[in-house]
Design a protein around this ligand. Structure first.
Ligand code: C2O
Ligand code: CU
Length: 536
């Protein structure tokens, strides 16, 4: 393993939680692993079977009295549970319904959802003793502010909150995860994350469905000697685990037929970015980004994939031989910390299982898909250009956006904003990362945006689709074009390296309202959590 300059710095700057979890050996740069488990207990690549999270069934269905649309009512319980991630040792997690990743929600555009999140977590987190108050964000949904997982709109243990999701947007891969103020990183890392798939007729027509439409939730982890999750965020710089999980299993192997598969790749790591590529050097075809289908499919050999970004890719297994193993590798990116096996993600074993050729997606690689509101925007529509700098404050060590933080928002009684775009207006937001030492995946709530440029040049081929997270790499400036629609109110923008977000790289903007206007969707007051006296 090569030890980078960054890793030497990181080993010198252990986070306070390191002592409670997995600690890198101090004074040494010969670290072979972040985990502290013995080598017999350590998982190895390609030993585990690939699994997918179960699909969540609605508790009941109904009709919206206002507009007659169908509504699915779901319940999820946040709880502590034990899981089998390692070959022998058991690992305690916090999970939606006690599993990681949590159950996948799958529904059609036009079907609304009411998701009841019951907080049945212990009062405090076992690693650092922080209160387990949560806020649930459906990442990728234009939800109203009081249902958007506003970080400070917390649900305490013993309470539940009903989140209303409109699901009017085009088909896309969304995900739901904890967003609890200042503890999002440890809560999400402990297991509070899952996928949510919205379908529509166009996407059903063009892309593989059912068992050929495969969720890949990729994350990294480190383990303490007893098999529990270790946590070390290197003084809030980031956590780099030495074990890569796909759907909660280390480097799993999936059996595949000789046909085209669709993978919904979510990087659910709290800090690590990926650069996935196939071991055959064959390209993949990117058909979707965060906000759904791309206008034109893009054939790429690999792609840079930051935390919270979603890429939907087609992999064509038709030409491979029965018994052939194809690895999905990770070429990594600047300023990650890599270990012996973080260069691998999972593997596919090709089988001779008969292919159903009556399914037209078995061999279909679309070239043109569909445009979207975000991708149809033109720069001439923009009425304002705003500039943001993502940076670390040298004197406080805090991560900030234009030197502002969520603490400033709290101190202002949730009034302080970084922008006040008008409802339905189009703007250009420019985000600059001057640093050479850090990358920041920046997420803007509510909107889908188009990436206009990076350092004045065209965006990467694979990110030419609707996005809600942009990888702002070292020394990069990105220009984004977006429309603030359809809701008024307060929305967050933050870094999705979650230790950065928590310390304290998060700000908010206000759509369609001024500071002293009445806000019926005030996220701190409009839809409070309620005491949960239902059965366990
Ligand atoms: Cu995926 Cu504000 O987060
Ligand atoms: Cu960051």
């Amino acid at each position: 393993m090569s030890i980078s300059r960054r890793q030497v710095l990181l080993i010198g700057g252990l986070g306070v939680l390191g002592a409670g979890g997995a600690m890198l050996p101090t004074g040494s740069v010969e670290a072979k692993s972040a985990s502290r488990i013995s080598s017999q207990e350590m998982p190895r690549p390609f030993q585990a079977d690939f699994v997918q999270a179960p699909i969540l069934q609605p508790r009941t269905t109904g009709t919206d009295p206002q507009d007659g649309s169908p509504v699915n009512y779901y319940t999820l319980t946040e709880m502590a549970a034990m899981t089998n991630i390692l070959p022998r040792l058991r690992t305690p997690i916090l999970g939606y319904n006690g599993i990681f990743p949590g159950p996948t929600i799958s529904l059609d555009q036009g079907t609304k959802a009411v998701l009841r999140i019951r907080n049945k977590l212990p009062a405090v987190h076992a690693l650092d003793g922080h209160a387990l108050s949560t806020s649930t964000h459906l990442h990728g949904s234009a939800s109203r502010p009081q249902y958007d997982g506003y970080a400070s709109d917390i649900t305490n243990p013993g309470f539940y909150k009903d989140y209303h999701y409109p699901n009017f947007q085009p088909a896309r891969t969304l995900w739901y995860h904890d967003h609890g103020v200042h503890f999002t990183a440890l809560n999400a890392y402990s297991g509070l994350a899952a996928q949510y798939h919205m379908h529509d007729p166009m996407e059903r027509e063009l892309l593989p469905q059912g068992r050929f439409d495969v969720a890949l939730t990729v994350s990294d982890a480190m383990f303490a000697a007893d098999g529990s999750l270790g946590y070390d965020d290197n003084t809030h710089s980031g956590l780099w685990g030495d074990v890569i999980l796909v759907n909660g299993k280390p480097w799993p192997v999936m059996k595949v037929q000789k046909r085209v598969y669709r993978f919904r790749v979510l990087n659910c790591s709290i800090s690590r970015s990926l650069r996935p590529a196939l071991s055959t050097a064959d390209p993949v075809v990117v058909v979707g980004t965060d906000g759904g289908l791309v206008p034109v499919a893009q054939t790429v050999a690999d792609w840079r994939h930051g935390g919270a970004e979603r890429y939907e890719v087609l992999i064509d297994f038709r030409k491979y031989k029965t018994g052939q193993r194809i690895e999905l590798r990770n070429l990594s990116n600047k300023n990650n910390v890599d270990y012996d096996f973080t260069s691998k993600i999972m593997a596919f074993d090709v089988t001779d299982e008969p292919v159903d050729t009556s399914d037209p997606t078995w061999n279909r690689i679309p070239t043109t898909l569909t445009t979207s509101e975000a991708m149809s925007l033109r720069t001439g529509q923009s009425v304002a250009t705003r500039k943001f700098r993502v940076m670390r404050n040298d004197s406080t060590g805090m991560w900030t956006i234009n030197d502002d933080s969520w603490q400033d928002v709290i101190a202002s009684a949730y009034k302080k904003v970084c922008a006040e775009p008008a409802l339905n207006s189009v703007e250009i937001w420019e985000i600059e990362n001057k640093s050479g030492g850090w990358f920041h995946p920046v997420h803007i709530h509510l909107v889908d945006f188009q990436i206009l440029s990076r350092n004045g040049k065209a965006s990467f081929a694979y990110e030419r689709g609707p996005k809600d997270v942009v990888y702002v790499g070292e020394g990069e400036t990105v220009r984004l074009l977006m429309k603030f629609t359809p809701h008024k109110g307060l929305y967050m923008m933050h870094c999705h390296n979650l230790p950065h977000e928590d310390h304290d790289m998060m700000v908010q903007f206000r759509v369609g309202l001024k500071e002293n206007d009445v806000d019926v969707d005030d996220p701190m007051t409009a839809a409070r959590a309620v005491w949960d006296d239902g059965p366990e």
